[in-house]
Design a protein around this ligand. Structure first.
Ligand code: IVH
Length: 724
């Protein structure tokens, strides 16, 4: 159980032990209202005391099991007497104090997202890929559950002993926000379950029906409150209310479609597990079908799409999930998506409007991006006034290789253009109507200097993007990099968002990331100019900002690498680099040594997912900014990457597979090895720890023998990892 921060813990009024009042001994079922009130008060105080002792004083006053039992009792009483739930209820107090927003909950099992399919071929590729991964012949039967993809937000509900103990949003998939109090107000969410496994995390979608959305917006506009652009935003805004009374007044719904941690299996199939959730009292989607063939899957998609307009709530596609849970387990996960499921999206929505202007934005890596300013138009229920135009070739009507797109039609200011958007992605311009082109419209001339700093903007051969060469002297690049640095997936500094970064930057308080960590020394207590005196700031908020900056002086290696904002290094690659090198110093040394042709470069390139482009970007970034980055790193404590599954015998080892494997495909073998914390390389080198050689192994086995690398066969490998 997560015993999060207890700042603001209630004053202790009742002590644990022999002097506990009689109510402590009464079964939840037999408490009367008066007894429940005093019991909830006693539990709130006791749990707060235990939390403070545990976190603040590092001196626990009770075993974890007893603490968990108190929380479960509290939750059970709250479930019986929802009207008596206290403002300071311990159920709301996992993570930070409620006054500072929501607490955080670390998901016991990651909350995943889904890969997308846009065409029937994509779906066929998905099923073929699964057969290939599992080594099944094309004719082998494989059943899938198909169901609508609801356009809401996902929520994870944790039940312990049948009692709802907390509810968390997806967040970044690892950690979400504690919205327990709000989730309890949703009618479809049971507070108590009968016959459920001891631990059960139910996952599903919170959404709002069209009818409820319309009446909510009506009410909002009557009272002058903000209205919502679509039901999804309304659902998100309603669930993320700090005052649960507001959530309670918003008619949210919940449909269960997945699960997280479970202490006992729900069933052996996806459809069986969902039926079990329905038996336990959850709303599940009645449109779910079990499909035995690709044709059935596509027919279900067509049927669901045909009913889309009559469902009364928004859906944006169909999700297919492999029905057999044992096979799901074998397929496992990619970094953020399962291999056994895919979302087949409905085609994007489109509309025609007028292109009123083209602005050029300069991004964090200096890329000049053309943005279409549009006469506002509603596309799929959302008002769109900006869209991306990709790059100068796209505007000119050709692709990156010079071949015509839109039959070569260019796009000009004043044109009628077709906009489309699919899901959450940025709207795009699809087409242009030449018959409506104004006479005075002229071809768009893409700037060759940066509109922000005036430096030359150049295109490297083979690159479709024009980039400002000003580097950090370019204000746009500097400020965009700062915004990236503090963003959620990077340093995630509370109280330092886009607005604050821009204003500190404008006033010269922060010009590079490391200035963030000297803010307190320069503008904190005792300094001539102080943050607390700045407009919009005060004593408390200034203190909070310094505290949240200081809290981030300790940071995981992966986040740190991602935060540097090096071209081509996204969250996933940063994670891979971190787990490959383990520590900042190992990574830093490797970057210093990774000149073209060096062994360090070969090692870098051997990392799964690192290609020559990313390798070059890394080396160049450290050549140009190594000193600055080192100075930043010196101000921080960069935590080594957590070795995944470090108790496995292959964790941290580098393996190579060669020859024919008989018990599983190469892809499955590689995925399993990686899940156990091993690295899988394509070729044998001095850094290889183990070669797994099937029949027909050739030059790699020879090389391994020369280098003295340990070699084993597939059976030996399976025994080693306990999968024989
Ligand atoms: S399954 C492991 N099923 O879509 C799979 N997701 O794009 C976890 N969603 O984050 C998700 N309807 O919020 C699943 N029937 C459905 C869904 C669904 C909507 C959402 C969910 C997820 C997102 C991924």
């Amino acid at each position: 159980m997560d015993r999060g921060s207890t700042d603001g813990a209630a004053r202790v009024t009742t002590r644990t032990g022999t002097d506990a009042p009689d109510t402590a001994r009464i079964a939840v079922e037999t408490l009367d209202t008066g007894q429940a009130v005093s019991e909830l008060a006693r539990l709130a105080a006791l749990i707060a005391e235990a939390n403070a002792a545990y976190h603040r004083d590092d001196a626990p006053i009770m075993p974890d099991a007893e603490f968990d039992a108190l929380r479960a009792r509290n939750a059970a009483i709250e479930a019986r007497f929802p009207d008596l739930i206290r403002q300071d209820s311990p159920s709301h107090q996992i993570g930070a104090a409620p006054s500072e927003g929501f607490g955080k909950i670390r998901h016991a099992r990651r909350m995943l997202s889904l890969a997308n399919a846009f065409t029937d071929e994509d779906v066929a590729d998905f099923t073929t890929g699964i057969r290939r991964f599992l080594g099944l012949p094309p004719e082998a039967a494989l059943a899938f559950a198909a169901e609508p993809k609801i356009d809401g937000l996902s929520l994870s509900l944790r039940y312990e002993g049948g009692v709802l103990v907390h509810a968390a949003t997806r967040g970044d998939g690892e950690t979400g926000e504690d919205v327990t109090a709000n989730a309890r107000t949703i009618r479809d969410i049971p507070h108590q379950l009968t016959g459920a496994p001891e631990v059960l995390e139910v996952r599903g979608e919170v959404y709002m029906s069209h009818a409820d959305f319309t009446s909510l917006n009506d009410r909002q506009s009557k009272t002058g409150a903000r209205t919502f652009a679509n039901p999804r935003n309304a659902a998100a805004g309603s669930l993320r209310q700090l005052d649960p009374a507001i959530t309670a007044a918003r008619p949210l719904r919940f449909l269960a479609y997945a699960w997280g941690e479970i202490s006992a299996p729900l069933a052996s199939s996806q459809t069986g597990a969902i039926a079990r959730l329905a038996d336990l009292g959850f709303a599940t989607n009645p449109m779910m079908r079990r499909c035995e063939t690709l044709d059935e899957m596509l027919a279900t998609y067509a049927r669901i799409e045909a009913q889309r307009a009559n469902l009364g709530y928004d859906i944006d596609g169909v999700v297919y999930k492999l029905d057999d849970l044992a096979l799901q387990e074998r397929l496992g996960l990619r970094s953020t998506t399962p291999r056994w499921a895919i979302a087949h999206k409905f085609p994007a929505e489109r509309a025609w409007t007028v292109l009123e202007g083209i602005d050029i934005q300069v991004g964090r890596t200096g890329a000049l991006s053309p943005v279409a300013r549009l006469r506002p138009v509603t596309v799929g229920g959302v008002v769109v006034s900006n869209a991306t135009l990709h790059n100068e070739d796209y505007i000119a009507g050709r692709d990156s290789r010079g071949a015509p797109i839109r039959e070569g039609r260019d796009i000009r200011v004043g044109d009628r253009v077709e906009v489309y958007r699919a899901g959450d992605v940025i709207p795009k311009i699809r087409d242009v109507d030449l018959s409506q082109r104004p006479q005075e419209a002229v071809p768009f001339v893409f700037p060759e200097t940066c509109p922000e700093c005036g430096s030359p903007a150049i295109r490297e051969p083979g690159d479709s993007v024009r980039r400002c060469t000003g580097g950090l002297i370019c204000p746009a690049q500097a400020v965009e990099r700062l915004k990236h640095f503090v963003s959620r997936a990077a340093f995630d500094i509370e109280g330092l968002g886009t607005k604050q970064v821009e204003s500190f930057w404008r006033d010269g308080w922060i010009s590079a990331p490391r200035d963030i960590f000297t803010l307190e020394a320069r503008f904190g207590p005792g300094q001539p100019r102080q943050l607390k005196n700045r407009e919009g700031w005060g004593e408390r908020s200034a203190q909070n900002l310094f505290a949240s900056i200081n809290a981030k002086r300790r940071i995981g290696l992966a986040r740190f690498l991602f935060a540097l904002g090096i071209r081509h290094v996204g969250e996933t690659s940063a994670g891979m680099l971190a787990s490959h090198y383990g520590t900042w110093s190992a990574f830093r040394d490797a970057m210093a040594e990774a000149r073209p042709g060096s062994p360090a470069e070969a090692d870098l390139l051997a990392i799964d997912g690192v290609g020559p482009v990313m390798a070059r970007a890394l080396v160049t970034a450290f050549e140009a900014e190594g000193t600055e980055i080192d100075a930043l790193a010196d101000m921080l404590q960069i935590e080594p990457a957590e070795a995944r599954a470090s108790d496995s015998p292959v964790a941290g080892k580098t393996l190579v597979f060669t020859g024919t494997l008989e018990r599983m495909t190469r892809a499955e073998a590689k995925a399993r090895a990686e899940a156990l914390g091993a690295k899988v390389a394509g070729s044998v080198s001095a850094r290889t720890d183990l070669l797994i050689a099937g029949p027909g192994a050739g030059s790699k086995a020879k090389k391994a023998a020369e280098l003295g690398v340990e070699v084993m066969d597939e059976e030996g490998w399976l025994r080693l990892i306990g999968g024989a």
